[in-house]
Design a protein around this ligand. Sequence first.
Ligand SMILES: [Zn+2]
Length: 274
Amino acid sequence: MRVHHLDCGSLRTIAAVGEALPPARAVCHCLLIETDADGLVLVDSGFGGGDVARPGESLGEEFLAFAAPVLDAEQTAARQVARLGLDPADVRHIVLTHLHRDHTGGLPDFPHAEIHVHEEEYRAVTDPAAEHHTESVSRFMAAHRAHGPHLVPARTERGDTWFGIENVSRPDGLTADILLIPLPGHTPGHSGVAVRTGDRWLLHAGDAYFYHGEVEAEPPVSHSELDLIQASVQVDPELRLSSRDRLRALHHEHGDEVEIFCAHDPWEFRRSAG
Ligand SMILES: [Zn+2]
């Protein structure tokens, strides 16, 4: 098994807080996993070809003004897979942290892949009776689902734990060690995606936090600009903070076994991608 860290979408430039790190464009941190038995697996999908070709229609003018994405076709996951000498048609599974537009843009570029999400995230967009249904559907852009993606809810097996975290779920039909770790609050079924690499794990924490100081620093360092964005999109602030604190505990207790990173922190991306 081989893991590649891909930035599938540069966003607005952000500054670090309390550290001598150069300002950098926020990233859309995705993983491409070459598995032994399941073909290629993507974790999150960033922006795709349709977003680059028709940004206003695909992503919405409000998002474009606020997130300022660069939208370069060469950054799409499909192009990056091809540049690695691999076939985008071999991407059979995409595991998503959640169904927001900066994570789902690549879906139409892989129309035959199965799309795995936490069962609560699945329910939020498919069941009109689910809490937060309307906003969940409005943030999963029509352009990203017009092709009829095959969404598969990952079922939680009672008693499945990972480093003491309960109710983890396993994407259906995947044999590789890839797990969905519940980190709700940003969205109803927001999850991290844990990937075993030998005797260690990677944990893609999606948008459970936006700035590494929130998880690594003692006490947590928050980022006022990014905090405002989190506050404007999260569905449950208390749940979101308890998910973040779960990650802080994991980092402090098992940091030597688990490398945690989120979707948009450019400094974490540089550290992970090397
Ligand atoms: Zn995001």
